[in-house]
Design a binder for this molecule. Structure first.
Ligand SMILES: Nc1ncnc2c1ncn2[C@@H]1O[C@H](COP(=O)(O)OP(=O)(O)OP(=O)(O)O)[C@@H](O)[C@H]1O
Length: 307
């Protein structure tokens, strides 16, 4: 069953098209990642799906409800953790959760058990009396998640939930998301972290408001046409400039390695060697490698968009 569906969903702000004809579907119980750099349109999508913002054109449905006509009903049915989630720093962990329980009118019967479960679930039980303002970044995000879950939503929208959180806390946070998935909660999460994208069941790559690709991570990587060559040599920055000028395919610098997306592995290798040799920078090593999502974003956006 589809839990989230959008049809040519578009939002303009004046002349700027923040989201351009987004069409996608997310199945019940799926962890779907909307992946893209700052300004790609992730927050706009979240706000459209959660009934906070109205589209300029196009439509969306969440859990069978229409994002514009049923916006109020959607808000009761979903959990939404916005980027600047409203935690109250002067309230304790428990008081913050209680506040959201009141806001969502969670029935008093069974409420205490629910709060205890969420505290345990997010490993915050020992910190229940600590002011939210004194929590670490990772703990704040977990508290935000606990608050967003207080009314037992079936669909969870998380806008860059681990932004600025250290890797260990991020892993913790994802462990909680996988537990929720086992309870068949549908999770729609946005991220600019490509390693985090790899944790999702399926991803949509968003760039300048346009969906470039939507598939499993493996499927998206498979969209890259041609052979990806990794080149090692002296003066990599200068060498990358030479390869760009030689127009051999898209070129990106990853630390001291250069990635070249060539149409053909053998011919690409020969051309790279010749171009560098001519400028007095011999290639020390050239190997064909598997693309990462970063390759898709940094070196191949035009190719993917066209492909
Ligand atoms: N209320 C608004 N008024 C005008 N422009 C807006 C508004 N909201 C978003 N935009 C613009 O729309 C584009 C998409 O923004 P959006 O916040 O959706 O991107 P994002 O992928 O979530 O990035 P970030 O992680 O930086 O929030 C940006 O160019 C942004 O400046």
């Amino acid at each position: 069953m589809e839990t989230v569906r959008t049809q040519a969903l578009t939002r303009r702000f004046g002349d700027l098209v923040a989201l351009d004809q987004l069409t996608l579907a997310v199945e019940e119980g799926e962890i779907f990642g909307l992946v893209g750099p700052d300004g790609a349109g992730k927050t706009t999508t979240m706000r459209l799906l959660t009934g906070i913002l109205e589209p300029t054109s196009g439509e969306a449905w969440v859990d069978g409800l229409h994002a514009v006509r049923d916006a109020e009903a959607i808000k009761d049915r979903i959990g939404y953790m916005a980027q600047r989630f409203g935690l109250y720093p002067d309230l304790t962990v428990q008081e913050n959760i209680d506040f959201y329980a009141d806001l969502y009118e969670v029935p008093k019967a069974g409420r205490n058990e629910r709060v205890e479960r969420l505290l345990a679930f997010s490993n915050l039980t020992p910190f229940r009396r600590r002011h939210a303002g004194n929590l670490s970044g990772g703990m704040k995000q977990k508290l935000g998640l606990a608050c967003a879950l207080i009314h037992t939503p079936r669909v969870l929208f998380l806008d860059e939930p681990t932004n600025g959180v250290d890797p260990v806390s991020r892993r913790d946070f994802w462990r909680i998301l996988y537990q929720l998935q086992q309870e068949r909660v549908t999770i729609f999460v946005s991220t600019a972290y490509l390693d985090e994208a790899e944790r999702c069941n399926r991803i949509g790559l968003l760039h300048q408001g346009r969906l470039l690709a939507c598939d499993t991570v493996e499927g998206v990587k498979g969209l890259l046409k041609g052979a990806l060559l990794e080149v090692r040599c002296e003066s990599p920055r200068r060498a990358a400039g030479i390869l760009r000028a030689a127009d051999l395919g898209s070129v990106a610098l990853f630390g001291d390695r250069i990635h070249v997306l060539a149409a053909d592995a053998d011919r690409g290798r020969t051309a790279v060697e010749a171009a560098l040799q001519a400028e007095g920078i011999p290639a020390l090593e050239i190997q064909v490698i598997e693309p990462t999502l970063e390759d898709i974003f940094t070196s191949a956006i035009p190719e993917v968009a066209l492909g």
